[in-house]
Design a protein around this ligand. Sequence first.
Ligand code: NAD
Length: 250
Amino acid sequence: MFLEGKKIVIMGVANNKSIAWGCAKAMKDQGATLIFTYQNERMEKQLARLAQEDDLLVECDVASDESIRRAFSTIETRVGKIDGLLHAIAYSKKEELGGNISDVSRDGYALAQDVSAFSLLAVSKAAKPLFNKGAGIVTLTYMGSERAIPNYNVMGIAKAALEASVRYMAVEFGQVGVHVNAISAGAIKTLAVSGVSGYKDLIKESDSRTIDGQGVTIEEVGNMAAFLISPLASGVVGDVIYVDKGVHLT
Ligand code: NAD
């Protein structure tokens, strides 16, 4: 169990379909102690049904600096040092995830960037004093950062910013022994993806392009996240690793 004795913060479980939940399960299987953050009371209720008694649940709305500060201060008080941070958070107004990209509103653009890209920098900064040497940060991205995926629009631009943030952060955090990477997951039916217009077609098309015609699972993404967040991946730095069963190849 390569995460035995490691304490890992999991951000982004909305329900049992969430990619963060697949990651949490894989990390738990490898012996990790988990600290979950949730966005609001509604998410807390969902999470409380999934989490085990010894898991710590902490509120953290990444759109608020004060909420981030409070969350990491609570984590420091309750668990002390940590060994990993999983960031699986994204948000855009539904109306921005369809139509012409040039119709994106100033507000909608800023909101998607704030919650989906800037938040990685903000939470990593808050967590920085807590990291043990050998810790890992992992975030979740999508191929829409590199290719024009129908309707993904403003989120594709946010993911491009997120991936660039990973590279800059990898240099800074590498100096304190923390490796930073992203996983580019294939399309999976989750709450977040259902905000994209025509998401059913997106998933169908994506599944049809995998090596075996079956979509990638949150468990498969979770296994990569468990490895990537662990000290075993200390040599993988600032990278975007695809876990999409080959969709990006074709
Ligand atoms: P999800 O809806 O299960 O998770 C999204 C999470 O973001 C939720 O837990 C939500 O509470 C959280 N969130 C949104 N705004 C927040 C805020 N202000 N503060 C705190 N948390 C907030 O969906 P998911 O698909 O599991 O998404 C997780 C990550 O994976 C996202 O970054 C998403 O872009 C990425 N991703 C998803 C897919 C896919 O096809 N589902 C593919 C590649 C990457």
